[in-house]
Design a protein. Structure first.
Length: 401
């Protein structure tokens, strides 16, 4: 049998080193658990950055995919297909919006949001040609395309990828006054994560999202919420914007929309905004394909039960109560987050985020570090309370050394 270390050696030899994975080689997975090629089991406390909100191999999603595999998987948008209508209708309804534009990956959906906002700016708002401005926050993460990294503040994400796309202004996250000062007559959109995931699960100060909503409404600017990681149950609500009862002009969705089975993303907005497109102006070969729509529609049906949001709420309260007990205990400096989603800042004296992640791996728990000394906890929403408690016990054990 091929061992983990042989597979890692071959991967290192033949793949670009744009990731630094933990040295575990997964062979299979079910629910919140993964098994490596040697048969060791690991509790997945990352859940594919929230792409696996419904767990590995969720039977409803696997069955939806299998049934569609036997019918038709790809038509391109040159033709209609049986699955498209219901997917778009049910996603619009879930979002309380009118119109859906499906894509595949998150970055493509963000690109779609950027293009849509610019086109809306020129055609509807009347911004002079080539002058549209989009305001974003520092420490944002919206994906990896050349345009998106142009407005990143993470040097690793940007360096050597210029020349950069103009038309973006960066303001401090959570600072309403700075945002207000940045809005001018050429501003077409404010693009924000309602909670910044990659930055370390940063929750904005209370009233921020409400303030952004009021400001953008007053100034005829689109409020685009990138809910690719925060949305679809993770925070205990369908959308993290609900934490302040805020409804943006546009949702950008991805990750969990594909149920961890296939990449599915979408921009969801009003007819007035997405109605700016004419045939040929934007698209994607795979966007809205039958397999994606079949899986996506099952994800939407599962979310409409409210069951997953409720689990995230209840288990999230438990998670944050338990993590809160660690704060000030020496090893943990701060804990942030909402629902089944937490950023834990470790005192660097106890090790880097990477070292903590490696020690957790040795104890059978998989997490991901971010920004040096932060680890991110985001298990599948189907995790049991017992498994969550076991994972937390491993964290306590690692931090007590
Ligand atoms: C992951 C993520 C993206 C990018 O999605 P990809 O599918 O990796 O392109 C964009 N925005 C947010 C908030 C994300 O978490």
């Amino acid at each position: 049998m091929v061992t983990s270390s042989e597979l890692i050696t071959t991967s290192d030899a033949y793949s670009a080193h744009n990731y630094h994975p933990l040295p575990v080689v997964v062979a299979s997975a079910e629910g919140a658990w993964m098994t490596d090629v040697e048969g060791r089991r690991y509790l997945d406390m990352l859940a594919g950055y929230s792409a696996l909100n419904f767990g590995h191999g969720n039977p409803r999603l696997v069955n939806a995919a299998k049934a569609q595999l036997d019918r038709v998987t790809l038509t391109s948008r040159a033709f209609h297909h049986e699955r498209f209508a219901d997917f778009c209708a049910s996603l619009a309804e879930l979002c309380g919006m009118e119109t859906v534009l499906p894509m595949n990956t998150g970055a493509e959906a963000v690109e779609t949001a950027v293009k849509t906002a610019r086109k809306w700016g020129y055609q509807v708002k009347g911004v002079p040609a080539g002058q549209a401005k989009i305001i974003v926050a520092d420490n944002n993460f919206h994906g990896r395309t050349t345009t998106i990294v142009s407005f990143s503040t993470d040097e690793d994400a940007r360096r050597d990828f210029g020349p950069y796309t103009p038309g973006f202004e960066i303001v401090p996250y959570g600072d309403l006054a700075a945002l207000e000062a940045a809005v001018d007559e050429h501003t077409v959109a404010v693009l924000l994560e309602p909670i910044q995931g990659e930055a370390g699960v940063l929750v904005p100060p209370p009233g921020y999202l409400t303030g952004v909503r009021e400001l953008t409404r007053d100034r005829n600017v689109l409020f685009i919420a990138d809910e690719i990681q925060s949305g679809l149950g993770r925070t205990g609500a369908t959308f993290a914007c609900e934490q302040e009862d805020v409804v943006p002009d546009m949702y950008v969705l991805g990750k969990a929309l594909g149920g961890g089975v296939v990449p599915v993303s979408a921009v969801v907005s009003s007819r007035a905004v997405l109605g700016v497109y004419r045939p040929g102006e934007h698209g994607s070969t795979f966007g809205g394909n039958p397999l994606a729509c079949a899986v996506g529609q099952e994800v939407i049906a599962m979310l409409r039960t409210g069951e997953y949001q409720q689990r995230a709420t209840e288990l999230g309260e438990h998670l944050h109560r338990e993590l809160g007990l660690l704060v000030g205990d020496g090893a943990v400096r701060a804990v942030r987050g909402r629902g089944l989603w937490a950023g834990v800042d470790i005192d660097p004296a106890h090790g880097t985020g990477r070292e903590i992640s490696e020690r957790l791996m040795e104890r059978g728990v998989l997490v991901k570090d971010t920004h040096g000394s932060t680890i991110r906890i985001a298990p599948p929403l189907v995790i049991t309370k017992e498994d969550l408690d076991w994972g937390l016990a491993q964290l306590r054990a690692v931090l007590s050394h």
